[in-house]
Design a protein around this ligand. Structure first.
Ligand SMILES: *[C@@H]1O[C@H](CO)[C@@H](O)[C@H](O)[C@H]1NC(C)=O
Ligand SMILES: *[C@@H]1O[C@H](CO)[C@@H](O)[C@H](O)[C@H]1NC(C)=O
Length: 342
C-alpha cells in the first residue's frame, strides 16, 4: 500500500521529521474526531481536512461493511416483550446468529413477526442458559420494553424496525426532518434517541452550526474534482443533550462512510451532525445512527444557508448560526401517516 515518498531523506531534518511524524500520528488519532467539529481548547497544528485525508482510527484495514449486514446488539441489556420463540428451546452460538434468526422473521413487504432478540453469550454468567436466544416482539417498536441494564445483566439484546418503521421526526421551524434510524448498526445510539422521544420536553436540542456545500460538492453530494474539502464543510451540526439530564457518552458503533443525509455523532455525542455531502475523505471516523429521508434533505439545505457568523476552531473557519435552530423530536408512525413516503 502507500509507501512514503521520502524514504531516502537523510540529514539533520530526519530526526525532526521522525519526531513530528510520531507527534502527528498520535495527534491525528486523538483529533480525528474532533478537529472539524469541536471548538478546541488546545491548538492542534494539524488539520485533518487540510489534507483531505483524515485518519481512519481502525487503520483502514476493515472490509467494506454495508448497512444491511449489521446485526448488532447491546451487551448487558435485557429487553422484555412477548416471546415469539423461547430461548430455553432455541440455542445459538452468537448474538449475530440470534439477531439474524429474528430478522429472518421479517417479510420484505410486511410486518416483522420478530423485532427484538435477547441472547445469553457469556458462558460463565449464563451457565445452563448459555446460548439461549429469545426472539421477541415489542408492543411498540419505538417504546422498547427495556427491563434491566448494567454489568450484572448477562443478556445481550438488540432490536430493529420493519421496512417503513423506525422513522422519527426532528421538527424545526423550517420543516420536519424525518430520520430513518439504524438500530441494527448503532443500537446504543438509537436507544438513546428513543429515550429522547419519551422526554416530555426537548429543551436544549438545537442546530448551532450551518455550512453549505459551497461549490465543493454538487447537489448529489459528490465532491467536485480538485475542489477543497472545506470550509464550508457541507453540514449542519447541533446538540441532542437535554437540559436537566446527565448524558452518558455513547461508544463508537457502526462507522460507514459519511454520505449525503447521514446523521452521525460528533465523537461520542451528544453533539451530532447531518452531512450534505459524501464525505468519503473522513473515512469511517463517525458513528452513523440514521439518515435523513431524501425527500427532506432540502430542509437541511435551507438551514445550511441561514445567516452565520465566523468562528475559528482549531484553526478551522466555522460558520456558527446567528440564531440557533431549535429542534424537537416527534413520533412518526408508519407510512400511513406519511403519504409522501409512498
Ligand atoms: C455451534 O458451535 C458448535 C461447535 O462449534 C457446533 O457443533 C454447532 O453446530 C453450532 N451450532 C449452531 C446452531 O451453529
Ligand atoms: C478564514 O476566514 C478568514 C477571514 O474571513 C480568511 O481570511 C481565511 O482565508 C479563512 N481561512 C480559510 C482556511 O478558509
Amino acid at each position: 500500500m502507500g509507501r512514503r515518498k521520502n524514504d531516502s531523506a537523510v540529514g539533520r531534518f530526519s530526526i525532526l521529521i521522525l519526531f513530528l511524524m510520531g507527534v502527528i500520528s498520535c495527534c491525528m488519532v486523538y483529533y480525528s474526531i474532533s478537529v472539524v467539529f469541536v471548538p478546541s481548547r488546545t491548538d492542534p497544528t494539524i488539520s485533518v481536512l487540510d489534507s483531505g485525508q483524515p485518519v481512519d482510527p481502525e487503520g483502514g484495514e476493515e472490509e467494506e461493511e454495508r448497512e444491511e449486514f449489521c446485526c448488532r446488539g447491546i451487551e448487558h441489556w435485557e429487553l422484555w416483550g412477548d416471546a415469539v420463540k423461547w430461548g430455553s428451546q432455541f440455542k445459538l452460538n452468537s448474538s449475530e446468529e440470534c439477531c439474524t434468526a429474528c430478522k429472518a422473521m421479517c417479510r420484505k413487504d410486511g410486518p416483522c413477526l420478530c423485532d427484538s432478540w435477547v441472547f445469553c453469550g457469556n458462558q460463565e454468567a449464563c451457565g445452563a442458559r448459555f446460548g439461549e436466544c429469545w426472539l421477541k416482539k415489542q408492543k411498540n417498536s419505538l417504546e422498547l420494553d427495556r427491563r434491566d441494564s448494567g454489568d450484572h445483566v448477562m443478556w445481550t439484546s438488540g432490536f430493529f424496525f420493519a421496512e417503513e418503521q423506525g422513522i422519527v421526526g426532528l421538527e424545526t421551524e423550517y420543516g420536519t426532518l424525518r430520520l430513518k434510524l439504524f438500530p441494527d448498526c448503532a443500537p446504543r445510539s438509537v436507544a438513546y434517541i428513543l429515550e429522547l422521544l419519551q422526554l416530555q420536553h426537548s429543551v436544549g436540542f438545537q442546530f448551532y452550526r450551518a455550512e453549505s456545500r459551497g461549490s465543493f460538492w454538487d447537489s448529489e453530494g459528490n465532491h467536485v474534482e480538485n475542489a477543497p474539502f472545506g470550509p464550508p464543510f457541507a453540514l449542519v451540526q447541533g446538540t441532542l443533550e437535554a437540559h436537566g439530564t446527565i448524558f452518558t457518552q455513547i461508544p463508537a458503533e457502526f462507522c460507514p462512510d459519511i454520505r449525503r443525509g447521514s446523521v452521525a455523532w460528533v465523537g461520542s455525542g451528544p453533539d451530532f451532525f447531518i452531512s450534505l455531502a459524501n464525505h468519503l475523505e473522513w473515512k469511517k471516523a463517525y458513528t452513523v445512527f440514521g439518515s435523513v429521508l431524501p425527500e427532506d434533505i432540502e430542509i437541511v439545505e435551507k438551514i445550511s444557508q441561514l445567516p452565520t457568523k465566523l468562528e475559528v476552531w482549531s484553526n478551522i473557519n466555522v460558520s456558527v448560526l446567528e440564531k440557533p435552530v431549535t429542534l424537537r423530536f416527534r413520533m412518526i408512525g408508519t407510512d400511513h401517516d406519511n403519504p409522501q413516503l409512498q
